[in-house]
Design a protein around this ligand. Structure first.
Ligand code: SAM
Length: 240
């Protein structure tokens, strides 16, 4: 059996109920909280009735959704993750399903499918597109697919080996009848690398730098310098 953790932990490591990018704790905390905050604001704004958290990890994001009132959340990841998720983020509102993303296909339709770091971590191109195709099948027109993912072609920054560009994803989604609603990014690469490559800094300095990076991205719309790309797609009526 493949040890998925081992694969995954090459670039991330897990401690204290969180994945940490390289070994920077303060920055990972800030970043993950920002992703969860962003996703929950997105969910609040749209009032979805059923959510799928694909590649849910230990279930922190799903747990956020349950805390803001969502009652019907499905969360999928490899069995090792789901075991932890059930222990660490149990909720009667979350159905945890042990499955690879590419093999998960449900008869249910999901108004929001969210990938927080999953698509960017998928190892193979065919797995990537199979996952995407399954997600598309599990949605009706008007539903949203939100990706907050490290999409890179560059080997150093890419997490999975699929290495699919944002341009390719947008093109594919548009072909499949989705419109691009938002394209932005977070986690400024230069600041991130500066921190990750270990000039040892205090937690407060790390946090300040993190926010400086995010400010920089926002002010100048330096989307290309964002490690995590934010893509939101809405399924159109025509092909549903
Ligand atoms: C960066 S972590 C993010 C975890 C969680 N979404 C969060 O935001 O806390 C990426 C997750 O994607 C999962 N993942 C990567 N490839 C996957 C695949 N092919 N099928 C299912 N899960 C996958 C990993 O196991 C990991 O839990």
């Amino acid at each position: 059996m493949i040890n998925y953790d081992k694969y995954f932990v090459k670039r991330f490591y897990y401690s204290n109920n969180k994945y940490r990018f390289f070994d920077d704790r303060a920055m990972t905390d800030e970043f993950q909280d920002d992703v969860y905050f962003f996703a929950s604001e997105f969910a609040k704004a749209h009032q979805f009735s059923r959510i799928l958290d694909i590649g849910c990890g230990v279930g922190r994001l799903s747990s956020f959704f349950s805390q803001i009132g969502y009652q019907d959340i499905t969360a999928v990841d490899f069995p090792e993750m789901i075991t932890r998720a059930k222990e660490e983020n149990y909720s009667s509102k979350i159905i945890y399903i042990p499955s690879s993303a590419q093999d998960f296909l449900s008869d249910n339709k999901f108004n929001l499918i969210i990938s927080s770091g999953c698509f960017g971590a998928i190892r193979k191109r065919d797995f990537f597109y199979k996952t995407l195709d399954n997600c598309i099948k599990m949605q009706n027109s008007g539903d949203f697919l939100l990706m907050v993912d490290p999409f890179h072609k560059n080997n150093f920054l890419a997490r999975g080996r699929a290495r699919i560009s944002v341009k390719d994803i947008i093109k594919y989604m548009q072909l499949m009848g989705y419109s691009l609603e938002e394209k932005s990014g977070m986690l400024c690469i230069p600041i991130q690398l500066l921190i990750a490559h270990k000039w040892k800094m205090s937690e407060s300095t790390t946090k300040r730098l993190f926010y400086l990076g995010e400010l920089f991205l926002n002010l100048f719309s330096m989307y290309s310098l964002a490690d995590y790309k934010i893509l939101s797609f809405k399924k159109n009526g025509a092909l549903s």
